[in-house]
Unconditional design. Structure first.
Length: 277
């Protein structure tokens, strides 16, 4: 059985490869901004200003940091993989971004000093998600907000939807253990033969007034194929993927020292905001 460190090292390497393959540097910023807005719809913008300092835990390509940097004084971009070099390139126009190739636990950010923080789509790939979340919260000042998105367990979806996910997860386990080049190829095939047709079907069905929220991959119905390719590699290429119910997310956030937890009522589920006790 592999240790947590072995899992971490492999996952970090895989994500470095992913963001090098999909750096998001040529995407229309309006499209990225729409997705940014869906994550940050519950973020308390009135609590930060041009003197605020915060952090992006697991910044990847820097795609979310791009829309935060010009609103604050300092934005610390934390990324343990080689994707930090992609983030540096994508954020080269922002002199207030600081880059650290490390985990949040090993970062030079002093505890109790940050005005805000966020981690989107990252902590479910870490063996000890609870500890990683607690490490993030430690960096915040009292009452400062932390925005979190981790994979949810489809607890708001019907049984047949969860069964489909179970089948896809079996496929993920097989693909994620292949060499990176093969993982990349298979994930792109899946993006083309599954993500693209299902997302477009849901888009056309929605034109007739039907609610397609429970339709598989409907989240991508208005997204470019580039996003589907990226997420297919993220989904099927990662060895460790954990999912949590809404109740479990609340419990972890409370254990990490967050209060007044609120969830977004729109996709992506279950994006949540909490404030340090």
């Amino acid at each position: 059985m592999k240790s947590d460190k072995e899992y971490n090292d492999k996952i970090i390497k895989d994500f470095g490869n992913e963001w090098k393959s999909f750096p998001h540097n040529n995407l229309d910023k309006r499209i990225l901004k729409e997705q940014f807005n869906s994550y940050f719809s519950i973020f308390p913008w009135d609590m930060i200003n041009s003197s605020s300092s915060g952090f992006d835990a697991g910044c990847g390509s820097g795609r979310w940091a791009y829309f935060i940097a010009d609103k604050v004084s300092i934005l610390n971009c934390i990324e343990p993989s080689d994707a930090i070099d992609v983030a540096k390139d994508n954020l080269s126009n922002f002199s207030n971004c600081k880059f650290y190739k490390c985990t949040i636990e090993n970062s030079p950010i002093v505890d109790n000093t940050m005005d805000f923080g966020y981690s989107l789509g990252v902590l479910h790939h870490i063996p000890n998600t609870q500890k990683a979340l607690s490490d993030c919260v430690k960096k915040l000042k009292k009452d400062s907000p932390f925005l979190l998105y981790i994979y949810y367990s489809f607890d708001n979806k019907p049984f047949w939807y969860r069964y489909l996910w179970f089948c896809s997860n079996c496929l993920r386990i097989i693909i994620s253990n292949l060499p990176y080049r093969l993982k990349f190829i298979f994930s792109q095939i899946l993006a083309f033969i599954i993500y693209l047709p299902l997302s477009r079907i849901s888009k056309y069905v929605s034109y007739f007034g039907f609610n397609v929220d429970s339709f598989p991959l409907s989240f991508y119905r208005d997204k470019p194929f580039y996003f589907m390719r990226t997420d297919a590699l993220d989904r099927f290429g990662t060895k460790l993927e954990k999912r949590f119910s809404k109740k479990e997310i609340i419990s972890m956030m409370e254990k990490s020292g967050l209060k007044d937890i609120k969830f977004s009522d729109q996709p992506p589920y279950h994006c949540a905001i909490g404030y340090k006790i």
